[in-house]
Design a protein around this ligand. Structure first.
Ligand code: FES
Length: 96
């Protein structure tokens, strides 16, 4: 956990699956799909605002809570989310 940057995205590859990890605090970490649903921008490179990430390509905001686009893009296709568990200072991301 200590090596995960605070309020910045961290790209993690799990086979063909690309995830973006966001640590908002030592007790609050979110994992979502890294590929923006708009035009495949890398969400891990985006800026965090509240509990959302701003895609670096065209500024869609994607919720870290449910992977859904926000604001004017609400209702459009989102990205997957993954359960995270913090235990003994380690982060576990639950994947299928
Ligand atoms: S690719 Fe993410 S907003 Fe366009």
């Amino acid at each position: 956990m200590a090596d995960i940057p605070l309020k910045m995205g961290l790209e993690v590859q799990n086979g063909a699956q690309s995830m973006a990890i966001f640590k908002l605090s030592d007790t609050e970490v979110y994992a979502i799909g890294n590929i923006c649903p708009h035009r495949q921008g890398p969400l891990a490179d985006g800026m965090v605002t509240g509990k959302a990430v701003i895609c670096p390509l065209h500024s869609w905001q994607i919720s870290l809570l449910n992977g859904e686009p926000l604001l004017e893009n609400a209702g459009k296709a989102g990205v997957p989310t993954y359960e995270t568990i913090i235990e003994a200072g380690k982060l576990y991301v639950m994947v299928d």
